[in-house]
Design a binder for this molecule. Structure first.
Ligand SMILES: Nc1nc2c(ncn2[C@@H]2O[C@H](COP(=O)(O)OP(=O)(O)OP(=O)(O)O)[C@@H](O)[C@H]2O)c(=O)[nH]1
Length: 390
């Protein structure tokens, strides 16, 4: 009899545990849960004060429409490795390089006349290299071709390669700082990346693609949809996240405070000890003061949680001079640490790489080379120059 009782008791325990585990697993797979007080980590006194200040600043009330965390769906894609995408995208880079081939053909004529040099200048300006960099390059080419005194295509190619590479500066640090750290308070600080730029340049797409690069490198990522100006931008970001299992912090209210979403995204990154938090922004160029207020507030509020390690400016390579003036405004309102040049697949004006770097004094770190999910690659100066001259 006691054996029967023990058996019934054990059976009931197994049954109850099984039901609890099943319910937990279901919740994990499909819940979209709202951030609430119970998820706030234990904080030091200073930190609690800092969070309180930040929360005041973003009028953080946890009302309907406040930022919420959206978990990804179950079926995941495997993003392409960085090495493989660089090999695949090399041919697309060559399309932006008609400039290289045109220069080679003029320089190989030998005994260049002033008309030939005018043609070289036109080619450089036409490829968006910019006046200052074009003058500098022509000066170097004049000297080098004279010193080496040859029209041998191999030597001319070598001279042009050296000089283009010098202008792009292979010594610049093009890495993206994505290593998390521990703050002075002893808490986990994810590496946070703020992405800015004019609407339509490809910010949301770039964040989605960048998330995939990081997932391919086995980093844990949280996305923040702080482009609350356009509701579809958050949906778009969520779709990118869902494809590779990355969570998105977003608000359902169009026009919600973007700083509040950015704050919650970094807070969530801290809570789950994520490696990287990528934050999307709206970047309407209504006026410089408005932009400065908005981006300044977003950055300030994020920094209450963890230092903003990178501010990436996304520029559309097909918009030429317009892109340059937008870039200047953004770099004046928020310190830029790197440039992402998108749509390089859609232009023959690859010279903009040189122009934008010189104008802003920060390196191009990534290039967008198509609308495909893995059509983003780290910028490699040597590969770029070789593609221009191939
Ligand atoms: N060909 C090509 N298209 C790109 C590239 N990057 C982005 N796009 C396209 O550019 C368009 C705009 O991209 P979004 O990511 O929505 O731009 P956004 O800057 O976030 O725009 P807002 O949300 O309005 O601020 C989309 O159709 C993208 O597919 C690229 O490298 N090459």
């Amino acid at each position: 009899m006691p054996e029967t009782l023990i058996f019934i008791f054990a059976f009931v325990i197994v049954l109850v545990t099984g039901v609890a585990l099943y319910a937990g697993a279901r919740r994990k797979k499909s819940d979209t849960f709202r951030l609430d007080e119970s998820m706030t980590p234990v904080l030091t006194e200073d930190e609690a004060q800092a969070l309180e200040d930040a929360e005041e600043e973003v009028a953080h009330d946890h009302e309907p429409g406040d930022p919420e965390l959206v978990a990804p769906a179950a079926t995941l894609e495997r993003p392409e490795s960085v090495q493989s995408r660089m090999e695949r995208l090399r041919a697309r880079l060559a399309r932006s390089g008609t400039m290289g081939k045109a220069l080679l053909s003029i320089l190989s004529r030998g005994d260049l006349t002033e008309d030939d040099w005018d043609e070289i200048e036109e080619t450089l300006l036409g490829a968006d290299v910019g006046l200052e960099a074009s003058d500098e390059l022509m000066e170097k080419l004049r000297t080098e071709t004279k010193v080496r005194g040859t029209t041998d295509p191999g030597v001319v190619r070598e001279i042009l390669r050296e000089q283009l590479l010098a202008l792009i500066d292979p010594t610049l640090d093009r890495s993206l700082d994505t290593v998390p750290g521990i703050g002075e308070d002893g808490n986990h600080h994810p590496a946070t990346v703020l992405v800015v730029g004019v609407n339509g340049t490809g910010k949301t797409t770039t964040i989605g693609k960048l998330g995939r690069v990081l997932v391919a490198q086995e980093r844990s990522v949280v996305l923040g949809a702080a482009d609350t100006f356009r509701a579809a931008a958050a949906d778009q970001l969520q779709t990118w996240g869902e494809r590779v299992g990355v969570d998105v912090v977003r608000s359902d209210i169009e026009g919600a405070d973007p700083a509040s979403v950015a704050f919650e995204a970094v807070a969530e990154g801290r809570r789950r000890e994520a490696d990287v938090v990528l934050v999307d922004t709206a970047g309407r160029l209504q006026n410089k003061a408005g932009l400065m207020d908005e981006l300044g507030k977003i950055k300030r509020v994020m920094e209450k949680q963890a230092p903003v390690r990178e501010v990436l400016l996304v520029i559309d390579a097909t918009t030429g001079q317009n892109a340059m003036s937008q870039a200047k405004v953004f770099s004046e309102v928020v310190g830029i640490t790197g440039i992402v040049l998108t749509k390089l697949d859609g232009t023959a004006k690859g010279g903009i790489v040189i122009n934008v770097q010189r104008t802003l004094g920060v390196p191009v770190k990534f290039v967008g080379l198509g609308e495909g999910a893995d059509d983003l690659a780290p910028f490699d100066p040597e590969g770029f120059v070789d593609a221009l001259l191939s």
